[in-house]
Design a protein around this ligand. Structure first.
Ligand code: FUL
Length: 473
């Protein structure tokens, strides 16, 4: 594929909306919470599920304090226990003592989200250790799974994301369930066309680790085969998949540079999500109350994910009472304060900006406005450019935010930033991809002149935003 064609691959509207949410919450809650475990066996007694003080509004408030825009709930984890009273199984809240079996966690959480303006998403584990037919009668299990999806996608309002986990610990000699992914996807598109299908799905790609690590150069355009890793991994014993697994792995540092995509027959817009937990486990364990990630760690992950052309999915597990622990609440508040304080004051407000090449109608001034759909770009055939910013006053700063207009695709491959120091330009930062958002971090400088040089791009580069900030810890 020629490189201009690659540069024209653009996100769907649903992917674009998801990307602009930047940071979402993952909430792992279920029988594991009460068993002090991470993976249930499927044999748990629903009688243990008793979150006496469950308060979804408390979760939602804490998420909002952090600046989180959406919340994804584990409606069913690998143990098969359903947090809603599914009509298709007895293994659910309806057989728990909580609210005398009349409760519905999915309803409480989705209502609380809607009341506070947070979007709601569902995690439904394909791997199910409770269902008797899982792996033995694949069609029957697929029907069961579709029935559950239908319940979740019709009874709880708008869903922004359906998150499909690739995990399956059955092992080589375990039950092999063939998932009817195409039928799952078709049902989601039919019932919730705005929802992204994440991880084992075509819209959002897993970053490849659960530790909060991100890539230096995270491309949103990658080989189509990257979307199949999950499905392949899940039946990885099959010999004919071995070649493919070798070719692309989640550990690869580079999934989208020119060299990597050169001989790829088909590429797709498949943006990255970094998912990690605020604690060592996905589920709540009292023993981890003092191991909530530090603010510094969360900031580092935020810079790497949101600031590295990815979204950040941060897990916060409620405790046995059905509440976020105070230590987690506190950390979320601190994270939100940090983001608001640091990125609330743009040193480039009131600045002057000019580029050495500008296409008619796409003036450089657009970069100083927060509108992601207005942008500067160069003339056709011009792939490099210099942009100079003259701040309204000499200022001290250590962060620069760059955003491409990704509605037009991802184009920038290499850039550098310099600042004017008394009588010469001095280097400040050198980077590769920009994409939806790049937060460039460097040591504090004081100046009133900044120069951004786009050194390589796939086609006329675009920038919809340039912001200049001083970090406020
Ligand atoms: C993994 C699961 O096995 C974990 O329990 C957790 O849900 C994590 C987000 O994904 O694959």
């Amino acid at each position: 594929m020629d490189i201009q064609a690659v540069a024209k691959i653009a996100p769907s509207e649903r992917q674009l909306k998801w990307n602009r949410m930047e940071m979402n919450a993952f909430v792992h809650f279920g029988v594991n919470t009460f068993m002090d475990s991470e993976w249930g066996s499927g044999k748990e007694d629903p009688g243990i599920f008793r979150p006496e003080k469950l308060d979804a509004a408390q979760w939602v408030r804490a998420c909002k304090d952090a600046g989180i825009k959406g919340l994804i709930l584990t409606c069913k984890h690998h143990d098969g226990f359903c947090l809603w009273p599914s009509a298709f199984t007895e293994h659910s809240v309806k057989n728990s003592p909580w609210k005398n079996g009349k409760g519905d966690v999915v309803k409480e959480v989705s209502d609380a989200c809607r009341a506070e303006g947070l979007k709601f998403g569902v995690y439904l584990s394909p791997w199910d250790r409770n269902h008797p037919l899982y792996g033995d009668d694949c069609d029957a299990y697929n029907t069961y799974f579709l029935n559950q999806l239908r319940e979740l996608l019709t009874n709880y309002g708008d869903i922004f994301c359906v998150w499909f986990d690739g995990a399956c610990g059955e092992g080589a000699s375990g039950r092999k369930q063939y998932y009817d992914w195409e039928a799952y996807y078709a049902l989601i598109r039919e019932l919730q066309p705005e929802a992204v299908i994440s991880i084992c799905g075509p819209d959002v790609r897993w970053c490849g680790n659960e530790a909060g690590k991100s890539r230096e150069s995270e491309w949103s355009v990658v080989p189509v085969s990257c979307a199949d890793i999950c499905k392949i991994a899940e039946r990885s014993q099959q010999a004919d998949d071995a070649e493919f697994i070798k070719k692309f792995s989640y550990d690869d540092e580079d999934l989208g540079s020119r060299e990597v995509i050169r001989n790829e027959p088909e590429l797709m817009w498949y943006p990255c999500e970094v998912n990690t937990s605020i604690r060592p486990g996905w589920f709540y364990h009292e023993a981890h109350d003092n191991q909530v990630r530090s603010l510094d760690e969360l900031i580092r992950i935020y810079y790497g994910s949101v600031g590295g052309n990815s979204c950040f999915l941060l897990n916060i597990p409620p405790n046995k009472e059905g509440l976020f622990h105070e230590n987690d609440v506190q950390r979320l508040r601190e994270l939100g304060q940090f983001i608001r304080k640091t990125f609330g004051k743009n040193v480039a407000d009131g600045a002057q900006i000019a580029a050495d090449n500008t296409k008619d109608g796409f003036a450089a001034e657009a970069m100083l406005q927060q509108n992601p759909d207005t942008y500067w770009c160069t003339d056709e055939g011009v792939e490099t450019a210099n942009i100079e910013i003259k701040l309204s006053a000499v200022s001290t700063f250590d962060r620069i935010v760059l955003q491409e207009c990704i509605r037009q695709g991802q184009r920038i491959e290499k850039f550098k930033i310099a600042y004017f120091d008394s009588w010469e330009w001095k280097p400040l930062y050198a980077g590769t991809v920009v994409g939806y958002k790049k937060i460039c971090c460097f040591d504090m400088v004081t100046t009133d002149r900044i120069k951004i040089t786009i050194e390589e791009s796939r086609w006329q580069p675009t920038l919809s935003f340039v912001g200049v900030y001083q970090e406020q810890r």
